[in-house]
Design a binder for this molecule. Structure first.
Ligand SMILES: [Zn+2]
Length: 191
């Protein structure tokens, strides 16, 4: 896990209560320094989804989402993974407005638990926001991530015996559980 992601998670855990909607955002510049940190919690926020609260903080701090620093990494770390509504509407809109490919920006959504109907502890949570399964969440997250070009491709491995290449692929947009150490993926194909 990168240092900035580690820092974001430490900030996240300043909340003693782990059954709420706490979330943080951290902006890491290309030189590794942290340029901005924001923290929110559903219970003291406006009642908007935590992702929206954090995006509004970024918008206020930088004047516009389109002004996020070039070559930066934006890390959202949350207790719960993005809900259905945020995944379908809010996040795609944010990604589009950030102009991330032209500006060389990476955006990572790290979370501790999947926001599923059978794991989220509040029985009053709206079913229209909860995911029916981890697979359903991952499918939607991957569709967004794969909609953007690869950010970096490295560690080319060629295997004679089955004529395959394996590259380590980093994406512009990453959704990953917090316990996943590396957010790059390995992709193998036959020549
Ligand atoms: Zn949401």
């Amino acid at each position: 896990m990168g240092r900035a992601t580690h820092q974001a998670r430490q900030l996240l855990h300043t909340f003693p209560e782990q059954k709420t909607m706490q979330a943080v955002v951290l902006v890491k510049l290309a030189n590794g320094t942290v340029d901005f940190e924001g923290i929110t919690n559903y219970s003291y926020g406006s009642g908007a989804h935590v992702e929206l609260e954090l995006m509004q903080m970024l918008n206020t701090h930088y004047g516009d989402i389109g002004n996020l620093p070039q070559q930066s990494t934006i890390i959202f770390a949350a207790k719960w993974s993005p809900c259905k509504q945020c995944t379908e509407e809010l996040i795609p809109d944010f990604l589009r407005r950030s102009n991330l490919v032209a500006r060389g920006i990476r955006i990572k959504f790290r979370f501790e638990d999947y926001y599923l109907s059978d794991t989220y502890p509040n029985p009053n949570a709206s079913q229209k926001h909860l995911w029916p399964s981890q697979d359903a969440a991952n499918t939607a997250y991957s569709a967004i991530s794969n909609g953007y070009p690869i950010y970096r491709q490295m560690n080319y491995i060629f295997r004679d015996e089955d004529n395959t290449v394996t590259d380590k692929v980093s994406r512009h947009v990453v959704f990953a559980a917090a316990h996943v150490n590396r957010t790059s993926e390995f992709e193998t194909w036959h020549l």
